[in-house]
Design a protein around this ligand. Structure first.
Ligand code: SF4
Ligand code: SF4
Length: 300
């Protein structure tokens, strides 16, 4: 039993992660390192103390009472080796420049938080969405939540990168109602180059999910010059059509909203800026996908 989990945040009134009004639970951890990731706050292995250079007035009040005797909040080496996220500096900063970008939560705490929103779920045909990071990264914690919400009759969606051990996670997928799964790029070498892993497991898992009787949407993050070529989109649409009973794709144009989070976490070295596709390109790709017989959906 895994009763404690790492939760980046719980976002109520979410309307982009499935049908109706939803409460999205962002779980920490992911085995991929996509170069365009907009959620570095979900990466594991770094201390999630976010500090804003723009807001900081350099008054040093934050470090006066630091029990770990940290001398510089912008020194990531010092933070990563000594900070225990006690939150003392957050309380002492009057400029709102510091935040803790993760939470350790028990199953009971997450369930209690979600239950506050039940009325909205039932009135809007909404529910819970598990997101991340990659929710299956904490599969024990995820499984417990899924089992509880399943028993309570709450609609569940999962947003997954598709990279997980099928045998160890299939019971989770059997219980959720909707699956949003990414195909970043079909070419295996390109996939390795931009995400750090092969796409073989992902494509196999999509075939397995495709055999289940549930709503599945394949999401493609569209990054200009990386995966927006006709060949890649055609190949993705054909794969979706062949392997999913009701084939649906959502195109997610690249955006740069995550850049501030990289800066706050001192991850400037990981910032890669790409180009978003033009509206015209999105229309062209939409038409191409439709011409192959795959429905286009849009939750954004
Ligand atoms: S969270 Fe606590 S340990 Fe970390 S820098 Fe702030 S005061 Fe120090
Ligand atoms: S207390 Fe806030 S404003 Fe002052 S130095 Fe620390 S982070 Fe900057």
């Amino acid at each position: 039993m895994k009763n404690i989990g790492k939760v980046v945040r719980i976002q109520p009134f979410s309307v982009n992660d499935g049908d109706g009004i939803r409460t999205t639970i962002f779980l920490e951890g992911c085995k991929l390192k996509c170069k365009w990731c907009s959620n570095p706050d979900s990466w594991s292995g770094i201390v999630k103390l976010g500090v804003s250079k723009d807001k900081c007035k350099n008054c040093k009040k934050c470090i006066e009472l630091c029990p770990q005797n940290i001398k510089d909040l912008f020194d990531r080496k010092e933070i990563n080796s000594k900070c225990n996220l006690c939150g003392e500096c957050v309380k002492n900063c009057t400029s709102n420049a510091i935040c803790i970008m993760t939470n350790t939560m028990s199953i009971e705490e997450v369930v209690k938080r979600v239950e506050k929103d039940l009325i909205f779920f039932f009135e809007s045909n909404g529910g819970v969405t598990f997101s991340g990071g990659e929710p299956t990264y904490q599969k024990g914690f995820l499984r417990e939540l899924v089992n509880i919400f399943y028993d309570k009759g709450i609609d569940m969606a999962i947003e997954t990168c598709g990279y997980f051990d099928w045998e160890k996670c299939k019971d989770i997928f059997e219980k959720v109602d909707h699956v949003f799964v990414d195909i970043k790029v079909m070419d295996e070498n390109k996939h390795k180059r931009y995400t750090g892993v092969s796409n073989k497991i992902i494509l196999e898992n999509i075939k397995n999910i495709g055999k289940m009787n549930k709503s599945i949407v394949v999401r493609i993050p569209i990054i200009s010059g990386i995966n927006d070529d006709i060949e890649n989109i055609k190949s993705t649409a054909n794969f979706v059509k062949t392997n999913i009973k009701i084939p649906q794709i959502e195109l997610l144009p690249y955006h740069k909203y995550g850049i501030d989070k990289y800066k706050m976490l001192g991850l400037d070295d990981y910032i890669y800026e790409y180009e978003a596709p033009s509206k015209v390109r999105i229309v062209e790709l939409t038409n191409l996908i439709k011409s192959i017989g795959v429905k286009i959906v849009d939750y954004k």
